[in-house]
Design a protein around this ligand. Structure first.
Ligand code: ATP
Ligand code: MG
Ligand code: ZN
Ligand code: MG
Length: 467
């Protein structure tokens, strides 16, 4: 369903849209489409001279993983798996030159792949297709990278602190010490995933105050907040005012707080909405869960925790993501020995690598292995591989982004809305999607094990020195 004519590609139709650690995204100026190209470290830009065929298979693997694994686990309605495309090299080279000056300096340690011409073509999720044009209030899009929303419950966890303080909060200390960020984020994923509207409010407020790479806001498909050097909350408020017109008038001016408050309410509603029922989901109470549901590092009022654990509706986007994250049931500490079991087995029987689908293919068979992994370790290679696959799926779910696209509904003639939030003004038609669902490499597991040790040890030392 990639509508472009691949032989008539013109770099002037495309512009820089954004990038992450692994890929660079360009958007089409007329069609609601993006191209997602891979990036490589500048020093091995030719990516170890991989052939075009290898590059295409790699891209196809990503699409297959999205389509056959993540879409099945997270839900049909949230995932747009895209399509692998082969672009003219000339076009890709021109494009690379064109976007270079738009790229943030901090991302320029990597270069766009201009050798293979392979990319993924996706719908532009910052735009909403059902909306009628509204020049005054073009579509607004909020992207959140929520990170891991639960505390490990595995008995393999060796440090008590991992049952109390979430990974994101511990990682913040480590990132600050290593100069990754200058200011600490006060965001805690456990609050966002809690389903408790007060806690979610605080989590989103903290994201707005210090977005790092966990929040971006787009207007009319263009980035207006987050991942930029010149970020100003007041400027964001100016952008938002037309969307929330009648609220919080103080001396004829809308207070910034009231505007941001409205935005947060809308985001919360979208995150809690159940698509099946087509209405805003109400948080459920007293559902059983694994482990405790709040993080000691998060600064919350006691009374917010006192009224017990809430859980978001089970088919809302947050629950779907969290369920996939919880496939990491052993924690890296319990998983690492199983990884080593697999490694040892592969050393002895290298040809088994294909049958065990260590590097894919990501098909129904792989999904079967993820879903039907035995719950008890019977010492088998199948168990170890099943757990490794589950862990990798969980890693992907811990690193994905949620995109909430809002289009104001017209006052009189309401278009047949997908869904509507907020019974009184403001009214929005909205859609929710999940993106950035690449498979995480099997080879990365030892690195994850070491990183976990470093983060936890650093955190323990840094809180000790403060006491
Ligand atoms: P990360 O470092 O988070 O793993 P990544 O390198 O894997 O990121 P993506 O997150 O997939 O790359 O894409 C980078 C950015 O491009 C996203 O954060 C998002 O803002 C934008 N983007 C990606 N896909 C789409 C899409 N289909 N529609 C609109 N914007 C998109
Ligand atoms: Mg990303
Ligand atoms: Zn936390
Ligand atoms: Mg990614």
């Amino acid at each position: 369903d990639c509508v472009m004519e691949l032989d008539k590609m013109d770099e002037n139709d495309w512009k820089y849209h954004g990038e992450g650690n692994k890929s660079l995204v360009v958007s089409h100026s007329q069609h609601s489409r993006v191209l997602r190209l891979l990036k490589y470290p500048a020093e091995n830009a030719e990516h170890a001279h991989q052939t075009t065929e290898q590059a295409f298979r790699h891209i196809q693997n990503i699409v297959d993983f999205n389509k056959n694994i993540m879409k099945q686990l997270l839900g049909e309605k949230y995932v747009h798996h895209g399509e692998a495309v082969k672009l003219p090299l000339d076009f890709v080279r021109q494009l690379s030159l064109k976007v270079q000056q738009e790229r943030p300096e901090s991302r320029c340690d990597k270069v766009m792949d201009t050798f293979s011409g392979c990319a993924v073509c996706l719908p532009n999720l910052t735009q909403i297709s059902t909306c009628h044009n509204n020049e005054h209030r073009p579509p607004l899009c909020i992207e959140i990278k929520p990170k891991c929303g639960f505390l490990p419950f595995s008995r393999h966890v060796s440090k008590e602190v991992k049952h109390k303080v979430c990974r994101f909060c511990m990682h913040q200390h480590f990132k600050l010490a290593n100069g990754k960020w200058k200011t600490m984020s006060r965001y805690c994923p456990l609050d966002l995933f809690s389903g408790n509207k007060q806690r979610m409010y605080i989590a989103i407020k903290h994201l707005l105050e210090e977005p790092q790479n966990n929040l971006r806001i787009f207007k009319k498909g263009e980035l207006i907040y987050g991942c930029k050097d010149d970020m100003d909350l007041n400027e964001l408020v100016q952008h938002l005012k037309p969307y929330f017109p009648t609220n919080g008038l103080i001396n004829g001016h809308q207070s910034s707080k009231a505007v941001l408050n409205e935005l947060i309410q809308v985001i919360t509603s979208a995150l809690l909405s159940s698509w099946d029922s087509g209405r805003i989901g109400e948080p459920r109470k007293g559902q059983p869960t694994e482990g405790r549901a709040h993080c000691e590092a998060s600064i919350l009022h006691r009374d917010m925790l006192r009224n017990g654990n809430h859980y978001p509706p089970k088919d809302c986007v947050l629950s779907k993501i969290r369920q996939a994250q919880m496939l990491d049931s052993l924690d890296i500490e319990g998983l690492y020995p199983l990884y080593k079991r697999v490694e040892q087995y592969l050393e002895e029987f290298p040809k088994e690598r294909n049958r065990l689908q260590i590097d894919g293919p990501y098909n129904e068979n792989f999904l079967e292995k993820v879903k039907n992994c035995p719950s008890e370790d019977d010492g088998s290679i199948e168990y170890a591989v099943g757990k490794v696959h589950q862990y990798r799926v969980a890693m992907t779910a811990k690193d994905c982004s949620v995109m909430i696209t809002l289009a104001p509904s017209g006052e009189e003639e309401l278009p047949e809305p997908n869904m509507e939030i907020q019974p009184s003004k403001p009214r929005f038609t909205y859609s929710v999607s999940i993106l950035d669902l690449d498979p995480k490499p099997y080879e990365n597991i030892p690195h994850q094990y070491k990183l976990d040790l470093k983060i936890v040890n650093y955190y323990l030392r840094s809180i000790q020195s403060k006491q």
